[in-house]
Design a protein around this ligand. Structure first.
Ligand SMILES: Nc1ncnc2c1ncn2[C@@H]1O[C@H](COP(=O)(O)OP(=O)(O)O)[C@@H](O)[C@H]1O
Ligand SMILES: [Mg+2]
Length: 278
């Protein structure tokens, strides 16, 4: 079922046939441009602080952002499932490394002495696709592997935005993305944040994420009328600050079947059916 979803998603065949058959008024809108959705979030003053600096990729921009942030993510504007996502790092000269520039795509890591050497190799990986570059966030870890969180926000049958689920995704040990469709493992947020927060703080944190999700949905809807569901990818840094990495407009609902609390997926499914997605 999950593989089928990924295939459909890649072919741009989302939402489902049933959704496609639904009336235009009822049809959930799909938006592919990461940059467009990022700008939609930044248009709301209250969300601006949660969005890592994001720019269109070119050599000058990458060089500048590497000097400022040391670690950045370079990703396709219209990608999904972690495809084509690259992590680029610049080591400090004090570290004594002669190969100061490194990038990793998939499980392959390559190092270079100069920015120019690195950028030439990077462009070969990128090809003709349109890419953006984003400040990298140091993700928290679970048993040594990075994780981030997925917040599902849906339009209720009463036409209100509601956060219906939050789940964590742990990266495959040798990958730089947490995507479930790229080897990631699903875990409850409570399990993942246990090392970092007390039980009470975890509860409050989830409430905060739910609110952030609703705000993100309103911001995206303000620019893209007809969006009925979003899946927000949220990174948490070591100061426990949440960062919105991206917003998906046709998020995989099935990942929530992994949660012990079966009511979560039941509600997600019910709402999705109401707007013709499932
Ligand atoms: N700025 C970033 N800092 C840290 N990790 C990131 C960043 N951007 C992306 N990632 C990692 O890569 C994954 C995939 O990136 P994302 O922007 O969600 O693209 P996709 O559409 O392919 O899911 C994220 O879930 C996260 O694990
Ligand atoms: Mg994502």
């Amino acid at each position: 079922m999950v593989t089928t979803w990924k295939k459909k998603a890649k072919k741009g065949k989302l939402p489902s046939k049933r959704a496609a058959a639904a009336t235009t008024a009822n049809k959930a809108r799909y938006v592919s441009s990461k940059m467009g959705k990022t700008r939609a979030l930044e248009a709301k003053a209250s969300l601006r602080g949660y969005v890592p600096a994001t720019k269109w990729l070119n050599a000058a921009v990458l060089q500048e952002m590497l000097s400022e942030h040391r670690m950045v993510y370079v990703k396709p504007n219209a990608g999904m499932c972690g495809d084509g996502v690259i992590r680029v790092e610049k080591a400090l000269p004090e570290n004594g490394a002669s190969l100061r520039y490194t990038f990793q795509s998939g499980v392959r890591k390559k190092s270079f002495a100069t920015f120019e050497g690195m950028y030439t190799a990077l462009r070969k990986v990128i090809g003709k696709r349109r890419y953006l570059v984003q400040k990298g966030i140091q993700l928290l870890k679970y048993k040594g592997n990075r994780f981030d969180l997925r917040v599902m926000v849906q339009m209720t049958p009463a036409a209100k935005w509601e956060t219906t689920g939050v789940i964590g995704r742990v990266a495959h040990p040798s990958k730089i993305v947490t995507n479930y469709h790229d080897g990631g493992k699903l875990k409850s947020v409570d399990t993942l944040l246990r090392r970092y927060m007390t039980a009470n703080d975890r509860k409050l944190y989830v409430k905060r994420l739910e609110q952030l999700g609703r705000k993100a949905a309103k911001a995206v809807e303000a620019r893209y009328k007809g969006v009925k569901e979003i899946g927000v990818d949220i990174a948490v840094d070591y100061e426990m600050k949440p960062w919105i990495l991206e917003v998906n407009t046709s998020p995989d609902p099935y990942i929530f079947r992994k949660l012990k609390d079966k009511r979560v997926y039941a509600k997600i499914k019910r709402y999705a059916k109401a707007y013709g997605r499932l």
